[in-house]
Design a protein around this ligand. Structure first.
Ligand code: F6P
Length: 319
């Protein structure tokens, strides 16, 4: 393979730049020409691509977001859109792709490969919801961002003796909530994977007050429900003074942690080597501190469940 392209797609995540940098430099070291596709699959359809050299990816390892840009493309979901995208790659002589993104982006790559484009995927999303990898690129940074917010909210919650609910991202999955909540010492963690009822939460809060707890932090995964609505319910039903903080897209930005930079660099190197070896339709995952090849059909269309042991521990430690 003489020419490949790198692309980031779907929601951005901290560490995507580190992945692009590593993919480009590993490919260049093997004498391969590298192109960057701008703004995800939308840019592939629009033929918006730039040639990348080693300098093009300098000074980006420490930056959040993706310097190539990203998008969620509706047109790429159609066969006509994908045919246009594949034609653009073929006409430039691009034979393979390194795709960094979440479930939708990797599913898109799988469909594109049916049109003759080889690819290796990297799991890039803050949600950590991709099957076949212990961690996704960006998750650790997002957890640390949420944790920083929880630490700060704890200061003010304790000063005022309030209940503070903090809503975190994660789409349909509770990994960010569980991990940040456990690390932040939250009293209650609500995730979509574990059913709960509002009345029990109010009761639990009143019981913990009776036991001497002066304030409470509740971490709510966005997929578990609205923290604003739950906050209103708690205030009305328990009489406790309640405030709500929805963290939103702040969790998607910021300098990637050392963990995310290393993860991205290691996964990207393995991905380029696999592509060069003629492999396709795989994702490089990270399991037990090793980069592993995961057939793409196994990785997409499934949700990685939260770790029940972590959930149990969070519950024990919240007493
Ligand atoms: O998948 C990453 C994620 O940040 C989710 O946690 C969140 O639900 C969603 O993307 C938000 O998407 P958008 O940036 O399109 O609003």
């Amino acid at each position: 393979m003489k020419k490949i392209a790198v692309i980031t797609s779907g929601g951005d995540s901290p560490g995507m730049n580190a992945a692009i940098r590593a993919a480009v430099r590993v490919a260049l070291a093997q004498g391969v020409e590298v192109w960057g596709i701008r703004n995800g699959y939308a840019g592939m359809i629009a033929d918006d691509m730039i040639r990348l050299d080693s300098r093009s990816v300098g000074d980006i390892i420490q930056k959040g977001g993706t310097f190539l840009g990203t998008a969620r493309s509706e047109e790429f979901k159609t066969l006509t859109g994908r045919q246009k995208a594949a034609e653009n790659l073929h006409s430039r002589g691009i034979e393979g792709l390194i795709v960094t993104g979440g479930d939708g982006s990797l599913t898109g790559a799988k469909l594109l490969s049916e049109l003759g484009i080889k690819f290796v995927g990297l799991p890039g999303t803050i949600d950590n919801d991709i099957w076949g990898t212990d961690f996704t690129i960006g998750f650790d940074t997002a957890v640390n961002t949420a944790l920083d917010a929880i630490n700060k909210l704890r200061d003010t919650a304790s000063s005022h003796g309030r209940v503070i609910l903090v809503e975190v991202m994660g789409r349909h999955c509770g990994w960010i909530a569980l991990t940040a909540g456990l690390a932040g010492g939250a009293e209650i963690i609500l995730v979509p994977e574990e059913p709960f009822n509002q009345e029990d939460i109010s009761k639990k809060l009143l019981e913990s007050r009776a036991k001497g707890k002066q304030y409470s932090i509740i971490v709510v995964a966005e997929g578990a429900g609205s923290a604003l609505e739950l906050g209103q319910y708690i205030r009305a039903n328990s009489g406790l003074e309640t405030r709500v903080s929805v963290l939103g897209h702040i969790q998607r930005g910021g300098a990637p942690t050392a963990f995310d930079r290393l993860l991205a660099s290691r996964l990207a190197e393995t991905a380029v080597r696999a592509l060069m070896a003629g492999k396709t339709d795989i994702m490089i995952g990270f399991r037990n501190n090793q980069c592993v090849e995961v057939p793409i059909a196994d990785a997409v269309g499934k949700k990685k469940e939260i770790d029940p042991e972590l959930y149990r521990l969070a519950d024990v430690l919240s007493k």
